[in-house]
Design a protein around this ligand. Sequence first.
Ligand SMILES: Nc1nc2c([nH]c(=O)n2[C@H]2C[C@H](O)[C@@H](COP(=O)(O)OP(=O)(O)OP(=O)(O)O)O2)c(=O)[nH]1
Length: 194
Amino acid sequence: MFKYNICFLKQNDQILLLNREKPSWMGRWNGVGGKIEENESPRESALREIEEETGIALDSIDFKGIVTWIVDGKLTGGMYAYFAELPSDFIYETPIKTPEGILDWKSLDWIMHPENNGIADIIPKSIHRFIDDANCYEHRCFYENDKWTHDILIELDKDMDQMTDKEKMHDWYFREQFRKGHTSDNMVFALQPD
Ligand SMILES: Nc1nc2c([nH]c(=O)n2[C@H]2C[C@H](O)[C@@H](COP(=O)(O)OP(=O)(O)OP(=O)(O)O)O2)c(=O)[nH]1
């Protein structure tokens, strides 16, 4: 249903980030990830994107929920979020220049620094949920006139990750969020068809 995934790989107190060569977040640091291809589940897509962008082949990765974008009151899209902790003795030397951008390990202190303007908005706000919280959330990010305004956190059911059927996932998302009162008649859904 959502078209993208975003993945955070952690080792000790560092996260592997990509300084992006192209939009979105061009020139800024973000997780690795990309577009979900047809006939691919969000998880399969995340594992493929990680391998394509970093060369790291993982067997397992944790689903952490979704990040959605509400732009001028419209739900315009979103991405599935994944997290993996790499063993302390895994050697991955950076920086690495790739066609997607520069890969480098960034410390959590650097990521969380209040004066850091070089990073995708959601990361300092949500990275600790991805790392430390066993629950899954929708991280709903609100933008007005191209500017971030605020975000809200809504707990999700981990089962969402098991749904490979896009229509089922779509129905489930809207039913769950309505049930919990997290959508309202004046919230407009403007997701583009797959
Ligand atoms: N489209 C979009 N992607 C976003 C936003 N915020 C954000 O973190 N992302 C993430 C999701 C993906 O991990 C990444 C965008 O992926 P991409 O367009 O490079 O997809 P891709 O690697 O499959 O690229 P390509 O094959 O089409 O060149 O950025 C946003 O506001 N819009």
